[in-house]
Design a protein around this ligand. Structure first.
Ligand SMILES: *Cc1c(COP(=O)(O)O)cnc(C)c1O
Length: 502
């Protein structure tokens, strides 16, 4: 080793490290900028609406930088780019998909979590963080009316939460042999039952976990988009008679398109009679089970063998945070655990705390729980009940405002989702040519809403008709925001109708 090497490696100055003073200055400046953003959502355009071809050049065309740049400069530039060219789900008139504004405390929680950087795969590496995750899962269960002693873990979102539950169900119903022998270990084909309104996670699960999408039995829905339970019973009976093996039924606690709640109480009873695992997909709607006026069916998520719920939706946590709850806490380790030679956790501990790597897909895990835990502490049960209840009330008022407007047709309103379309009353003839015109107008309207920056809605198909869809999971939305919607949509709709051949 040369003397220079000796000197440099003894007092390393790493390009990524920051001393406390530099970090403090950069951090304070960033927090000031973020405070400015939070204080100005209402005045901002919801989006600049620029297409990809105009955005990419803003980053400059260069390749990977050879030399580094100062942290403050990078933070300043990234803030500017993001503040000018994002779609702000923090804006009071963002009603698209199911995407909530982030609780501001959640942003600070993520900063704190990243600064401490616990690896939440194993308790040994993240003792207090894992204690917080454990408490968070228990609190979410309590909020939803689910047994507090359930098992669970935090994951990236609803898709992965549903995947984890799917695999727990498969292991519980098909037995341990499915983990070593795979699907060919059982001679009868395993089948899943879900309504035609189920979110597309079910396609991915059936496909990726080797069942194939043909293993999904699509149960039809009634006029309110709820699973037809008689068809469910018939389908199970027919499949059994044909020699297949039903193992899982999925009920929606709020469908993604219209917020419909399946008849979960009856589905639970059928699952019990038939020996199936009952999974409730509450990615969106489960938190509404905390409302004093929650329906019996929504409350019946308490009967499910597993529940998926998304804190990054109706608990207003910043992305990403999904949550798995499983009634039998052994079901997750039974489905996921392996103990490799290079881990020596829990030695000599009679009642060891959970190692989350053994309960789900991930090995190394970030500290997602902190932002969720802080939200639950900041708002408490009462705060959540008020915010979720207000979102539902505003959705009902939006539905009322839509039905009071002769050029708009209200299609559905459930939980906090309203679907409707621009359809002047004299054009609602139902004739196919007329319907095709309305569909084109509403598609154009949707595109304008998404890029115009006044209001953001998404879309749904309801009873075959193309609908605009407003989902209010937004604690910044007020009554005037909701009352402004019909006027904006009718103005855009009339302009489209007047400009085109139809
Ligand atoms: C949003 C949603 C999902 C998927 O959740 P992600 O967090 O987007 O992965 C699944 N099911 C339902 C009912 C949903 O609303």
């Amino acid at each position: 080793m040369t003397p220079t090497d000796e000197r440099e490696l003894s007092r390393r100055i790493a390009p990524l490290d920051m001393d406390a003073e530099e970090f403090r200055a950069a951090g304070h400046a960033l927090v000031d900028r973020i405070a400015g953003l939070i204080g100005s959502f209402r005045e901002r355009k919801l989006t600049s609406g620029k297409p990809a071809a105009e955005l990419r050049p803003l980053l400059g065309g260069g390749g990977l930088p050879g030399r580094g740049a100062p942290a403050e400069e990078i933070l300043e530039e990234a803030s500017r780019l993001l503040f000018e060219h994002s779609v702000f789900n923090g804006h009071p008139r963002f009603f698209g998909y199911i995407t909530a504004p982030a609780a501001p405390l959640g942003a600070l929680a993520d900063l704190l979590a990243a600064a401490v950087n616990p690896n939440c795969g194993a308790w040994e590496l993240s003792p207090m963080a894992n204690a917080i995750e454990e408490q968070t899962i228990g609190w979410i269960a309590e909020l939803l009316g689910y047994p507090r002693d359930c098992g669970g873990l935090l994951v990236s979102g609803g898709n992965v939460a549903n995947f984890v539950c799917f695999l727990a169900a498969r292991r519980a119903r098909a037995g341990a042999s499915v983990r070593s022998g795979g699907l060919s270990a059982g001679e009868r084909r395993l089948l899943v039952y879900a309504s035609t309104e189920t979110h597309t996670w079910i396609h991915k699960a059936a496909d990726l976990f080797g069942h194939g999408t043909d293993a999904i039995r699509w149960v039809p829905v009634d006029s309110q988009q709820r699973m037809d339970v008689r068809a469910l019973r018939d389908s199970i009976a027919a499949d059994r008679a044909a020699g297949a093996r039903p193992f899982l039924v999925v009920g929606a606690a709020g469908t993604v398109s219209t917020g419909a709640i399946d008849p979960l109480r009856e589905i639970a009873a059928i699952a019990r009679d038939e020996g199936l695992w009952f999974h409730a997909d509450g990615a969106y709607g489960a938190p509404a089970a905390s409302l004093p006026d929650a329906s019996e069916d929504l409350r019946a998520i308490s009967l499910a063998d597993s529940v998926a719920v998304d804190p990054h939706k109706w608990l207003y946590a910043p992305l990403e945070a999904g949550c798995v709850l499983v009634r039998n806490s052994e079901a997750l380790p039974e489905a996921f655990a392996y103990t490799p030679a290079y881990y020596a956790f829990d030695q000599g501990d009679e009642n060891p705390p959970p190692n989350y790597y053994a309960l789900g897909f991930q090995n190394s895990r970030g500290f997602r729980a902190l932002k969720v835990w802080m939200g639950l502490r900041q708002a408490g049960r009462e705060g959540y009940v008020r915010m979720i209840g207000d979102d539902c009330r505003l959705a009902r008022l939006l539905a009322e405002a839509v039905s009071g407007e002769p050029d708009l047709e209200l299609l559905t309103c459930s939980l906090s989702i309203v679907t409707f379309r621009y359809a002047p009353s004299h054009l609602r003839t139902g004739r196919p040519e007329q319907e095709a015109v309305l569909e084109r107008w509403n598609e154009a309207l949707l595109a304008q809403c998404k890029t115009g920056g006044e209001l953001f809605v998404s879309n749904a198909r309801v009873g075959g008709r193309f609908a605009l869809r407003a989902c209010i999971v937004n604690f910044r939305t007020t009554l005037p925001d909701v009352r402004a919607v019909p006027g904006i949509v009718v103005r855009l709709g009339r302009a489209i109708a007047a400009s085109g051949p139809g």
